[in-house]
Design a protein around this ligand. Sequence first.
Ligand code: HEM
Length: 121
Amino acid sequence: MTQTPTLYDTLGADVGIRSAVDEFYDRVVADPQLAAYFEGVDMVGLRRHQVEMLSAATGGPKSYTGADMAAAHAGLDISGEAFDRVVGHLRATLVALGVQDQTISSVLGAVSPLRSSIVTA
Ligand code: HEM
């Protein structure tokens, strides 16, 4: 029986998601309007949780073991503009990695409902 590939498979499974997350955070911390949010943050742990989170959200086998989105971002005073910039870096990362437009739309569609939990400023 042939199964329909999940969004996780389309992104290149574990290897694909890891390279997307690495490139994504390189872009985020290089953005002068976002860097301050990540000062002093354990980026190894953050990348690991983000890989789990994206894997779980796209139908992959890993479950997410980090804090829930509101708790993880509480007290960071994240503005709507900062959220949009982060989503923009996610989109640019997926474009740079050659991911198809339709897949990019699905990934962005999966993160946009998180806005109300993450934006607090
Ligand atoms: C676009 C949707 C977003 C998703 C899916 C997301 C996902 C995550 C995940 C999975 C974690 C790890 C939580 C943990 O380790 O328990 C995290 C932490 C964090 N996120 Fe986000 N995030 C998003 C947007 C943002 C934005 C817009 C900012 C700031 C501009 C941001 C800044 C941070 C910081 C600084 C941490 C680390 C907090 C700490 O360790 O104290 N995130 N995020």
